[in-house]
Write a protein that binds this ligand. Structure first.
Ligand SMILES: Cc1ncc(C[n+]2csc(CCOP(=O)(O)OP(=O)(O)O)c2C)c(N)n1
Length: 454
C-alpha cells in the first residue's frame, strides 16, 4: 500500500502542521523527504532533550509526553486532514495502481464473486419471504457485499469472527450452507439455535463464528477478550475479527473495546462497516469528528480507512491487518466506507428519512458487485453467459432450500427451557411440568403437530 501522490501531500501538510506545533521553521520541513520527516518527528518524541526549540520543551507528565508551547491553541476535527480512503479499483473495475492488485488466483476470484451473487439472491428471496409472512424478520446486505467477501477471503478459517448481524456474506464465504442459514431464519428443528433467536442471528462453532446477539456493541468487548485469550497462547497464529456498524460505534462498549484492545495489546481487527445510517439516524447526527477511523490513532490502534465497495481494497486491507496483528499482538481498526442500499430491516421504511435519488446515486456507480464483475470481465474470467447461468443456479438454490425449510418441523417446545444450565434448576423443572399439564388440558390451542415430539 504505497502512499499515493495525493495522500503524500495530505501527510506532508499534516507533518508541516505538527512541525509548526513544536516550533520548527517550515523551510526546515520543506527540505526533508517524507521518510526523513517521519524519522525526525519520531526522534523528537524519543529524545526529548534535543527537542528544545524557541523555548519549546518536551514535557514528561505520566499522562502525556508532548511539547510545551506558549501559544494557546484548541484542537478540533478541522485541525487534521481527513483520513484518506484506500482503494484499488475505480468504478469501472479497472486497477488504479498495478502494484496494489492482489495476486488472487482465478478460482478464488470466481468463488468470491459467486458468493456475492449467492448472497444477493438470498437477500432478495428471504426479504420477500418475510413480506409474505413466512418468516418474522430479515435484514438485507445490499451495498456491503464487498466488505463481507473482501474481508472473509483475507482471513484464516481459524480466525474467530464476531459479527453484528449484517455480515452474512462472511458466513457464506466460510462455508456455511444456504440450507443452514435458511434453517436459522425459519427457526426449524435443524436450526442450531433451536428457534430461540430472531432470524439472521446466525452462529457456527464449526466455522469459528460466534453467534450474533441483538444488543448493539456487545460483541466488541467480547471480541477483545477473546483476542486477549489468543495472545496468551504462544505461536497461536490466530486473530479475532469484530464487525460492527457506525451506529454500534456510538455505544459505550465500543470505546471500552478500543481502549482494552490497545492497552492490552490484543490481536484483533475491529472492522467498522460505515454504511451511513444507524436505522434512521444518519452519520451526520451520529458524530462530529472524522468518522470512526479518527478514533483509532486517538486510542492507539493502527488504523486504515478503506473503500468498502471495492472488494479488492478490503481484501488487501484485512490481509495486511491480519499479518500485522498476528505478528505484533497489536489491534487494528479498519473503517470500511459503504452505503446501506436496503432498508435497515423489514421493520424499517427508509423512504421516511432518505430520498430515492440518494439511493440511486449509490447503486448506480458504487455497486460492489458491479465493480467486481467488471474486474473479472477485464481479466477474461467472467462473461454474460456465466453470469446468467450462475444467477439462475444461485436463485434456484435459495428457492429450493426455502421450500424445504418450510416443511421441516419446529423444534420441540421443551427446547426453550434447555441448554442455559448444564443441569436444569428446580424452578425451570417446575415451569416445564406446569407447561406439560397446561398443554394436556388445552391441546386445541397449540399447534403441537407442527413441533417435534419427545
Ligand atoms: C443496545 C441497543 N440499542 C439499540 C438497538 C436498536 N438498534 C438495532 S440496529 C440499530 C442501528 C445500528 O446501526 P449500525 O451499527 O450502523 O448498523 P447497520 O444497521 O447500519 O448495519 C439500532 C439502534 C439495539 N439493538 N441495541
Amino acid at each position: 500500500m504505497a502512499l499515493k501522490t495525493g495522500a503524500s501531500f495530505v501527510k506532508l501538510n499534516a507533518f508541516r502542521r505538527a512541525a509548526r506545533a513544536i516550533d520548527v521553521k517550515s523551510s526546515d520541513v520543506r527540505k526533508r523527504s517524507i521518510t526523513n520527516i517521519v524519522k525526525w518527528l519520531l526522534s523528537t518524541r524519543t529524545r526529548p532533550e534535543t527537542a528544545q526549540n524557541g523555548g519549546g520543551k518536551i514535557a514528561k507528565f505520566p499522562g502525556a509526553r508532548a511539547p510545551y508551547v506558549s501559544e494557546m491553541k484548541f484542537f478540533n476535527e478541522t485541525s487534521y486532514e481527513p483520513i484518506p480512503i484506500y482503494r484499488v479499483m475505480d468504478n469501472n473495475g479497472q486497477i488504479i495502481d498495478k502494484n496494489e492488485e492482489p495476486n488472487l488466483d482465478k478460482a478464488t476470484l470466481i468463488n468470491m464473486y459467486k458468493t456475492m451473487v449467492q448472497l444477493s439472491h438470498m437477500d432478495k428471496i428471504l426479504y420477500e419471504s418475510q413480506r409474505q409472512g413466512r418468516i418474522s424478520f430479515y435484514m438485507t446486505n445490499y451495498g456491503e457485499e464487498g466488505i463481507h467477501i473482501g474481508s472473509a477471503s483475507a482471513l484464516s478459517p481459524k480466525d474467530l469472527v464476531f459479527s453484528q448481524y449484517r455480515e452474512v456474506g462472511v458466513f457464506l464465504y466460510r462455508g456455511m450452507t444456504v440450507t443452514e442459514l435458511v434453517n436459522q431464519c425459519y427457526g426449524n428443528c435443524e436450526d442450531p439455535g433451536k428457534g430461540r433467536q430472531m432470524p439472521v442471528h446466525y452462529g457456527s462453532k464449526h466455522h469459528n463464528m460466534v453467534t450474533i446477539s441483538s444488543p448493539l456493541g456487545t460483541q466488541m468487548p467480547q471480541a477483545v477478550g477473546a483476542a486477549y485469550a489468543y495472545k496468551r497462547v504462544p505461536n497461536n497464529d490466530r486473530c479475532v475479527i469484530c464487525y460492527f456498524g457506525d451506529g454500534a460505534a456510538s455505544e459505550g462498549d465500543a470505546h471500552a473495546a478500543f481502549n482494552f484492545a490497545a492497552t492490552l495489546d490484543c490481536p484483533v481487527i475491529m472492522l467498522c462497516r460505515n454504511n451511513g445510517y444507524a436505522i434512521s439516524t444518519p452519520t451526520s447526527e451520529q458524530y462530529r469528528g472524522d468518522g470512526i477511523a479518527s478514533r483509532g490513532p486517538a486510542l492507539g490502534l493502527h488504523t486504515l480507512r478503506v473503500d468498502g465497495t471495492d472488494t479488492l481494497a478490503v481484501h488487501n486491507a484485512v490481509k495486511r491487518a491480519r499479518d500485522f496483528t498476528v505478528a505484533n499482538n497489536k489491534p487494528v481498526l479498519i473503517e470500511a466506507m459503504a452505503y446501506r442500499v436496503g432498508h435497515h430491516s423489514t421493520s424499517d421504511d427508509s423512504s421516511a428519512y432518505r430520498s430515492v435519488e440518494e439511493i440511486q446515486k449509490w447503486t448506480k456507480d458504487e455497486s460492489p458487485l458491479q465493480k467486481f464483475k467488471l474486474y473479472l470481465e477485464h481479466k477474461g474470467y467472467w462473461d454474460a453467459e456465466t453470469e446468467k447461468a450462475w444467477s439462475k443456479e444461485a436463485r434456484d438454490t435459495v428457492v429450493r432450500t426455502m421450500q424445504e425449510a418450510e416443511k421441516k418441523k419446529k423444534p420441540n417446545w421443551k427446547e426453550m427451557l434447555e441448554d442455559v444450565y448444564y443441569e436444569m434448576p428446580p424452578r425451570l423443572q417446575k415451569q416445564m411440568k406446569q407447561m406439560e399439564e397446561h398443554l394436556k388440558k388445552y391441546p386445541e390451542h397449540y399447534p403441537l403437530n407442527q413441533h417435534e415430539s419427545d
